[in-house]
Design a protein around this ligand. Structure first.
Ligand code: M6R
Length: 331
């Protein structure tokens, strides 16, 4: 659950004086970091840059002494993330490790530590650790927001307690297994599968696509909805399946316009939305209503289940997909 317990660990950071946040991670941890970029900028008014750890190492990073550098890793041993952290430490900047395995190199080396507290995750696909990373990152953002007086202490505590009851609604998603299996069959039959979304749904598209491709080995893409017409829409035809994420928020109408564009090319559509609008698509997946800030957590769950059911349907090993290791300790 969302808790404020680890906050004391970080109380020495003066968020009002932080000029920017840099987030460095790989794979699913990177996708969680990208959600945090949207959250930090919207709710704590702090600019964020985010890098794959390998690219952070590859480029000439201009370090900012007033910046905070957040390294996200389930295993705490990913070589690129660890090497990037070592580089940042040499530059004497503030580092935070958001780590699940507390007996790990990254956990030991970071100035501040946020335990992900997902428990041991043995399957190669990051699932519960991804959700737990989002929860911890959300808590961090709200804590920074409170410290900067953007939200008050009482609204901070109120939000945390509301979130805990909201998150119980996730169980509603787990009870619609029949629909998940139906959509998984459509995924298997498609020539290609493309996730589209905007704003904080874009990193959830990246995560949904990563989970689906690593477990099913199908050709899967994730595209920021506004980018479709800049090239990727050429992939779309009547054999494509588009999975659109459209919570009813400020960018809802724009996302629906993108859905219309791919529909016009004959693609079949899976639409995940909490809107009650009458939308004509092949597969409408009704999501529970939740505060928009929590939508990344909510929309992740069905995507993980699509990946799981698709992989099962194809007879893949859902815990040990081919060519992958749980912890990537080589370059
Ligand atoms: O242990 P880490 O979080 O540093 O691992 C990073 C990636 O290798 C990892 O998230 C990978 O993308 C997942 N296994 C995908 O499900």
């Amino acid at each position: 659950m969302v808790s404020g317990e680890y906050v004391d660990n970080l109380s020495a950071i003066d968020w009002g004086n932080v000029s920017k946040v840099s987030i460095i991670a790989c794979g699913s941890s990177y996708n969680a970091g990208m959600v945090a970029k949207y959250w930090f900028e919207s709710y704590a008014k702090i600019p964020v840059e985010i890098d794959f750890a390998s690219e952070f190492r590859a480029r000439n990073v201009i370090y900012d002494k007033k910046g905070v550098y957040i390294f996200i890793s389930q295993s705490g041993e990913t070589l690129d993330t660890l090497s990037a952290l070592k580089e940042a430490k040499k530059q004497n900047v503030t580092t935070i490790g958001l780590i699940n395995n507390l007996n790990s190199s990254i956990a030991n080396l970071s100035d501040y530590l946020i335990p992900i507290e997902a428990g041991v995750e043995t399957s190669v696909a990051a699932t519960k650790s991804f959700i737990a990373q989002l929860m911890k990152l959300l808590n961090l953002v709200l804590m920074a927001s409170k410290q900067k007086n953007i939200i008050t202490q009482s609204s901070y505590l109120g939000m945390l307690s509301d979130f805990n009851s909201e998150i119980a609604k996730l169980c509603d998603i787990l009870s619609v297994n029949r629909k998940i299996i139906e959509i998984s069959k459509a995924i298997t039959q498609a020539k290609n599968v493309i996730f589209i979304g905007r704003n904080h749904m874009y990193p959830i598209c990246l995560e949904g696509a990563l989970k689906l491709k690593e477990l099913s080995y199908l050709p899967v893409f994730a595209i920021a909805a506004g980018e479709l017409k800049h090239g990727s829409i050429a992939l779309v035809d009547e054999d494509s399946l588009i999975i659109g994420l459209a919570p009813k928020n400020d960018v809802y109408n724009k996302t629906l316009s993108s859905i219309e564009e791919v529909k016009a090319r004959g693609a079949k559509i899976v639409l995940l939305t909490d809107s009650k609008d009458n939308i004509d698509v092949e597969y409408l997946f009704n999501m529970p209503k939740c505060p928009d800030i929590l939508a990344p957590l909510f929309y992740t769950v069905p995507l993980q289940l699509f990946a799981y059911q698709t992989a099962l349907g194809l007879g893949r090993n859902v815990d040990r997909p081919r060519n992958l290791a749980k912890s990537v300790t080589v370059e």
